[in-house]
Design a protein. Structure first.
Ligand code: BGC
Length: 248
């Protein structure tokens, strides 16, 4: 079943038509800059442009970098605060006339990795952590997702973990790989203590460069890089729409 997947991120909004049975793109990926400020109206306009670009008429799967329950956004760490309380399903449907399934971005990336990437064939407790502007998390128990876990906001040394250990912080503070890894290790140790995962999948754009920093990371659980990289959000969003994962 082919579905349009859209991935809303802090810097770009990207889409592609996905073959959800094979987890591959059927079109090129199209990207439009995230508007600044990223208000609900401005983002909905970009989503509509993507729908037009693909001339899409079916169901749409869409990620959002915040807590999302049944389409309603409940947080806004790295997007315009006007999103809090917004019903994204209703907003996007009103704008485009199409039916949407909106879910958290890390949950979507996790679903894709579990189905087609580094987590396939893995039972037990699997954690997918995405390191980007923030830190996203998805937890799977025998392949079932526990949605909206928000483990990027665990507190470490009196600060939200993503403020200390995200990839954006590495860049902003110009940390070398080893110095960043010290922060990531501290975070991973905390997460492992709380959840005892069997497998940790390290995701986000920076996972492309895992050879630079994996040698400095230490975990009890098996640690592997994500395989679907920047495509994971789009593929996972399409997959979630196929399965209508809105937790009703
Ligand atoms: C948000 C999460 C999101 C993560 C990655 C965090 O700041 O609270 O919902 O999954 O960033 O984008």
């Amino acid at each position: 079943m082919d579905i349009l997947g859209i991935d809303i991120g802090g810097s770009g909004i990207k889409g592609a038509i996905v073959d959800t049975l094979r987890g591959v793109f059927l079109t090129d990926r199209h990207r439009i800059d995230t508007p600044d400020p990223s208000t609900p109206k401005a983002v909905a306009d970009v989503v509509a442009q993507l729908i037009d670009h693909f001339d899409w008429k079916g169901v749409v799967g869409c990620t959002f970098p915040a807590i999302v329950k049944r389409g309603v956004v409940y947080s806004a760490a790295n997007v315009d605060k006007g999103w809090i309380g917004t019903d994204a399903h209703a907003l996007f449907q009103e704008k485009t006339g199409l039916t949407f399934l909106v879910l958290n971005d890390a949950d979507a990336a996790g679903l894709a990795e579990m189905a087609f990437g580094a987590g396939r064939d893995n039972k037990g407790i699997v954690m997918v952590l995405t390191f980007g502007t923030g830190i996203g998390s998805a937890i799977f128990v025998n392949h079932t997702l526990v949605p909206n876990t928000e483990l990027g906001h665990l507190e470490i040394r009196g600060k939200g973990a993503e403020r200390r250990a995200s990839d954006a912080t590495r860049k902003r503070k110009e940390l070398d790989w080893e110095a960043w890894a010290v922060r990531v290790n501290e975070y991973l140790a905390h997460v492992e203590f709380l959840f005892s995962p069997d497998l940790i999948i390290f995701g986000g754009g920076v996972s492309k460069k895992h050879e630079e920093f994996f040698p400095f990371l230490q975990t009890q659980a098996k640690l592997v890089p994500a395989e679907l990289l920047n495509d994971a959000g789009i593929i996972g969003a399409a997959l979630a729409a196929r399965h209508r994962m809105d937790y009703k």
